[in-house]
Each structure stands twice: as C-alpha cells, then as structure tokens.
Design a protein around this ligand. Structure first.
Ligand SMILES: Cc1ncc(COP(=O)(O)O)c(C=O)c1O
Length: 456
C-alpha cells in the first residue's frame, strides 16, 4: 500500500467524486476512510467513529460481514465472471433468483432482472414498465409519475423521475413525459395543512386530476420510495401507499416501489412495501442486497408482468435491455450470503427497536437544542433538520451544519449532511450501547452548531 503522504498529496487531485464540485473537492479534500470494523470506520489519521451512514445506506450488516466476504472470495476462485446473455447463465444467479422469489413472496413478486446498482434498476423498471404495456397492446402508455423530493438515481431515466431539481438542472432536457406530484412532507408541506393523512389524500387527489388530464391510457407507471431517503428522510403517512396503489390499479398504471434503500430491513420491516401493506408491480433494489460489498441491483416483477412477457408469442416481449454485469456471479454469491445473514440476524426487528430508541433520543435533543427544527425517521432511516429560527423554519446556514458535522465526527460519529438536514442510516446490527454513543456525539455536535449559530 502507498505511504500516507502519497495518499494525502493525491487526495481529490485526479479523482472526481459523485455529487460534489470538483473544484471544492480539490480545495477541501474529503476524509480518507482507511478501514472498517464491525459498525465502525477508521480514517487515515487513525480516528475511529461509529459509521452512522452505513457506508451509504448499504452496509446494513456492518463492515465485518465475514460470511459475505467469504462468499465473494469463494466465487472469485470458482467463476469470477461469466455473462447471462441468453445462451449462458451461472449457478449463483439461479440460486439468487430463487432466494429473492422466496424473500418477496408476500408481495407476490416472482421474477428478478439483475443490474449493477440502483440507477440501473430504476432504468430497468421504467423500461420494463413501458414494455409491459406494449406487450399488453397498450403502446401509448409511456408516461411516468413520481413524487417531488423523491430520489431515484442519476441515469437519464432515473434523473427524469427525480423530484429534486438539483439533480436535473445541469443535465436538462430530461426524458419527456415525466410528471411530478407533491411531496408527502409534513414539516415542509406543499399544502395548507401539516396533517399527514390529509396530505396523503391531497396527493392522491392531485394524481387523480393529473390522470384525468393526461389520460390514463398514456401513463405507464408511478414510481415512489416507501420512505423518501436522499430527499431528507420523509416518512409518508401510512395511508399514502395504499391510496396510490388503489388509484394505480383502477387506472391500469403500474406501481414501482423504489426500495433501493428501504428493502432488506432498513425501515424495520423486510421491505417498504410490507411496512405499508401493499403489493407493488415492480420493486427496485440494490445497496444492502450485497451489503454494499459488490455493486449489484435488481428489479422484482409481479406474476402479472411475468405472465404477460412469458406468454407473448412475438418479439414485443424480447428484453432488448441489460448490462454486462446483469447476473454477475460474484455479486449473486455476495447477495445470497447477505440475504441469509439478513434473515439469520433478523436485522429488520433490530432496526425497528433501535430506530425507535434513537427517535426518542432525538426528541430529547430537540428539547435541548434550539437549532433542531424537526426530527423524523422510520426504522434506521433517520433525520434531524437544522433551522436558524424554529418558528419560521428557516434552514440553518451552511456553516452551522458544517460545525455540527465536524464536532459530531470528532465526538465519534460519522453522519451525512444534505442541505440543512443531518441524515443517519447506521448499520442495522447496532446495539443499545451504539444508540447511546450516537445520541451523545450528536448532543456534542448540536451544541457546537448552536454556538456557531450564536456567533453568527
Ligand atoms: C431510492 C433510490 N433509488 C435509486 C438510487 C440510485 O442508486 P445508485 O446510486 O446505486 O445508482 C438511490 C441511491 O441512493 C436511491 O436512494
């Protein structure tokens, strides 16, 4: 390995990272994370912190999931790569498709198309949704609906259904025929109410009105995250998904649950669809599927979609889409091992228990720190929104957010900031003592943020 001086000198000089300004990165290079152990990470200076980010919503089993690592090593020795393009396949892919069908049996999802990540999965879901309607003799169904504040990745398809202009503006024009509905946020409600149930009804009404205007026969799918993640952890009212499911069914519109973050336990249930008690037509997944150790994603498909494609007698159902790494044997082996650990450790139950302890702790932090405007979460998807003025809900200044981040990190916790929001998504295997450490470090961070705000 290179010496640390070499690493420091070359940090951000030749590498452009995602979602960052390359000039700013050069001026203020990112922290170098050198090691991961259990639920902790260690930076190049030897500073150890609890990983409150879970890699990036993905290392749900932490950084020492030996079963997943061993499966990767075994598969590399056995068959490091072979394609799944029609005339060949491989053993882990067959085993994984069976395991995923079992995992999503309550949702009635029985087929999987594998990809290399979340954006790939969203792209695949959008394409297959359009193709399903073609196969069904409704080729005009091409439009997509999604929620403002939703995040679905960065391919042109995914960015087109993204609900945050920041991810779109520098790359427009986007895909035509993509429409956005209001966000389900209660704290920053788009409606004249903060009541989640009323907001859910208002979104459903907006969807119905848009369907009436556009014509149901032109709409392919609605894509939504069960809990909006990158948009700032927005937990919709429990009635929203069932309401939207009913509307989609009535109008022949496919419902895609984007579960790239929410699947495999993070929300305190096996997946977001199960949390809200609905059966989507398609589910997109990635991240925790391999515990983040190998880039792999996928799309689960309902029996209705499967039957339409498989029973088709002409070329309309030929899937002219796919990636070199669709069905990568090493990724599939990693996923099989991760799925088995997810079940063995019942990470969903732990996420539910630890998540409510943290949320309760957030309530106490809010009482102590005036810069906390809102706290929210579901399972181990959690957020604290920082404000300059609690009554006016004015977002906290960038310097205040940075002060919170720096002090929290120094106090032993890595968090993620997005605008004025602190986002937490720790590994799902944290225990009670970790909850205590998370809250203590945040307490120190928020005190520093309060001091920075007071200093102006
Ligand atoms: C809900 C959701 N969909 C899609 C994506 C895109 O995934 P990827 O970054 O693996 O392309 C993300 C990434 O965070 C996500 O949170």
């Amino acid at each position: 390995m290179s010496d640390t001086n070499f690493i420091r000198e070359n940090n951000a000089r030749f590498f452009w990272g995602p979602m960052a300004h390359p000039g700013e990165l050069r001026a203020a290079p990112p922290r170098v994370i050198a090691r991961g152990e259990g639920v902790e990470i260690v930076d190049i200076d030897g500073h150890r912190t609890l990983d409150g980010v879970g890699g990036l919503w993905c290392a749900n089993l932490g950084h020492s999931a030996e079963a997943v690592k061993a499966a990767i090593v075994r598969q590399l020795a056995e068959l490091p790569y072979y394609n799944t393009f029609r005339s060949t396949t491989n053993i882990p892919v067959i085993e994984l498709s069976y395991a995923l069908k079992e995992y999503f049996a309550p949702e009635g999802l029985t087929r999987v198309f594998l990809t290399s990540g979340g954006s790939d999965s969203v792209e695949t879901a959008l394409r297959l949704a359009r193709q399903f309607h073609r196969v069904n003799g409704e080729p005009e169904r091409t439009k997509f609906f999604s929620l403002r504040k939703g995040y679905h990745g960065t391919h042109f398809g995914a960015a087109s259904v993204n609900g945050n202009p920041n991810f779109r503006r520098n790359y427009e024009p986007m895909l035509p025929g993509c429409h956005h509905l209001p966000s389900p946020s209660t704290y920053r409600s788009e409606f004249a109410t903060e009541d989640g149930a009323e907001i859910a009804r208002a979104i459903a009404r907006a969807f119905e009105e848009a369907i009436a205007f556009e014509g149901a026969s032109t709409i392919a799918a609605l894509i939504m995250e069960p809990v909006l993640g990158a948009g700032g952890v927005i937990v919709p009212h429990p009635t929203l998904f069932p309401l939207m499911r009913e509307i989609c069914t009535r109008h022949g519109i496919l419902l895609v649950a984007d579960e790239v973050i929410t699947a495999f336990g993070r929300v305190g249930a096996a997946c977001g669809a199960r949390l809200w008690g609905i059966r989507p037509d398609l589910v997109t997944m990635a991240k925790a599927l391999t515990n983040g150790y190998f880039p792999l994603g996928g799309v689960m498909l309902s029996e209705t979609i499967a039957t339409a494609f498989e029973a088709n007698a002409d070329t309309r159902a030929t899937i002219s889409h796919g990636y070199t790494y669709s069905g990568h044997p090493v990724g599939a082996a990693a996923a099989l091992a991760a799925l088995s650990e997810i079940r063995r450790l019942d990470v969903a139950a732990n996420a539910r228990a630890r998540g409510s302890e943290i949320l309760e702790g957030f309530g106490a932090l809010m009482a102590r720190h005036a810069i906390v405007g809102d706290v929210r979460g579901q399972g181990l998807m959690l957020a604290i929104e920082l404000v300059a003025d609690r009554a006016a809900r004015t977002p906290a200044a960038r310097g205040v957010v940075q002060a919170v981040f720096e002090r929290t990190y120094a106090a032993g916790l890595m968090i993620r900031t997005s605008g004025n929001t602190l986002i937490l998504s720790p590994p799902l295997i944290i225990d009670r003592s970790h909850v205590g450490r998370i809250l203590e470090a945040l307490d120190a961070g928020l005190a520093a943020g309060g001091a920075a705000a007071a200093a102006g």
